[in-house]
Ligand binder design. Structure first.
Ligand code: ATP
Ligand code: MG
Length: 437
């Protein structure tokens, strides 16, 4: 028998987020939570798989996401379960469908006011993996569901998004907005677009040709250089909005201006999901190459009804965390995150008990402390403290135990202080306050 030395690796398109990057991820997500909660949004935790049908109905069976990007499986027949053997499930490619499913299931229309929810977690799409595009990726999203479609809601959602990016120091961004009309005006526009596209069909690529019949709006999204001049001459939705949609869009822009949010209009911004109406928006960031969209969002007023719920208005966005973090890393503007504060360099069994006690006290005070589990030679101990990036080494030998004073060595400049147990905690805490301020 040959020994199987096969090494396992993360599946293509998935990755491990290791320290220290994981600290940056946590900080980024925590900054989102804090910002969203300051706008009175609250978290919803959702399953990561749902019935395939839910996504087919909401995202749209003809979209790229549903037609070719979902991970779908069935649970198989189990004699004791009443589940249909043919029932298929999909790993969620996005979360709005689940939020809406949950809204209907739990009759959240009976909750007071507009429902403001956010979520954080992984999504799954079977795409070709490349920089900024993964098969398991992460989103932070927010949704507002309720009876009102006031443009002030759209503006607040966008303000919250841009405020979060500012707090996370993701500032080299551009916000694009558009209105893609509603069921009263979009069908006529789409027909008009289709007519114009048919006239130029022989001059556009096969993808765009196919979309003339299936989804002409998506042609506007084309990045092919040879199609740009043709697309530039196509009819624009802004010239075909009904009065209500035009007013809503004008109000949104006014609201954004009064909130001090910079934006650019982009008539070609259509988004790839079927459920959008009126307001659509996208944020792009620098340093990402062609995968530069870090957030997509928009209004979806018909979606709750489409999934069998009561008439409800909705708007939301989803931030691509992987790309946002990449952009932050490229910008080099990373926050200084809490690191190892104290390495306890203890020597001799007589010092061990004191070392354990002091480590407990410092940890209780919220400091990160490394206590070597086995005795180490003094030099090796300090070398390890340095490599681990500790701010301080706390030296505890037999002499220190006897005298009750300890040496605290700042590793950056080798500055040393002798402190009693009591002063030690006080000193470290005040020093921490100063470095945070
Ligand atoms: P793209 O045009 O880049 O494929 P999308 O329109 O499919 O994006 P949405 O469904 O609107 O994206 O999702 C919102 C955000 O989620 C995107 O702006 C992006 O930042 C992120 N995102 C989408 N797909 C992936 C992926 N496969 N890997 C990493 N991030 C992704
Ligand atoms: Mg996509």
């Amino acid at each position: 028998m040959t020994e199987n030395k096969r090494q396992f690796r993360a599946i293509k398109g998935t990755r491990d987020i290791l320290p220290p990057d994981s600290a940056l991820w946590n900080w980024f997500e925590q900054t989102a939570r804090n910002t969203f909660e300051s706008y009175n949004f609250r978290e919803i935790r959702l399953p990561i798989f749902e019935e395939t049908e839910l996504f087919a109905r909401s995202v749209g069976a003809d979209t790229d996401i549903v037609s070719k990007e979902m991970f779908t499986f069935n649970i198989g027949h189990d004699a004791e379960s009443k589940e249909e053997p043919s029932q298929t499930y999909s790993l969620r490619p996005e979360a709005t469908a689940s939020v809406v499913r949950s809204y209907i299931e739990h009759r959240m229309q009976t909750f007071p006011g507009n429902l403001k929810l956010y979520y954080v977690g992984p999504m799954f799409r079977r795409e070709r993996p490349q920089k900024g595009r993964y098969r398991q990726f992460y989103q932070i999203g927010a949704e507002v569901l309720g009876q009102s479609d006031a443009a002030a809601i759209d503006a607040e959602v966008i303000e919250m998004l841009m405020t979060f990016f500012k707090r996370a120091d993701l500032t080299r961004t551009t916000l694009y907005i558009n209105s893609i009309g509603d069921k009263n005006c979009r069908p006529q526009y789409v027909e008009k677009l289709r007519e114009e596209l048919r006239k130029v069909a022989d001059r556009i690529g096969p993808d765009s040709q196919r979309r003339i019949e299936t989804n002409p709006l998506r042609v506007l999204d084309s990045k092919l250089p040879e199609e740009q001049a043709i697309i530039g001459k196509l009819p624009r939705i802004s010239d075909h909005l009904c009065d209500e949609c035009r007013e809503h869009f004008a109000k949104l822009k006014e609201e954004l201006r009064l909130r001090g949010i910079a934006y650019e209009e982009n008539w070609r911004l259509v988004r790839g999901l079927d459920y959008y109406t009126r307001t659509t928006f996208e944020v792009i960031a620098e340093g990402l190459g062609s995968q530069n969209a870090v957030c997509g969002g928009g209004r979806y007023d018909g979606l709750v009804e489409l999934l069998g719920g009561p008439p409800t208005k909705g708007i939301g966005f989803a931030i691509g965390t992987d790309r946002a973090i990449l952009s932050l890393q490229e910008s080099g503007k990373l926050p200084s995150l809490p690191a190892l504060a104290v390495f306890v360099a203890w020597m001799g069994q007589a010092a061990y008990l004191t070392a354990v006690n002091i480590a407990q006290k410092l940890r209780e005070a919220g400091l990160a402390v490394e206590l070597p589990p086995e005795e180490m030679k003094f030099k090796r101990s300090l070398a390890l403290a340095d490599k681990l990036g500790a701010r301080y080494a706390l030296i505890i030998g037999e002499d220190e135990v006897n005298s009750g004073t300890f040496t605290l060595k700042r590793l950056a400049d080798s500055d040393q202080k002798k402190l009693s147990k009591f002063d030690l905690l006080e000193y470290l805490e005040s020093e921490r306050r100063d470095t945070r301020a």
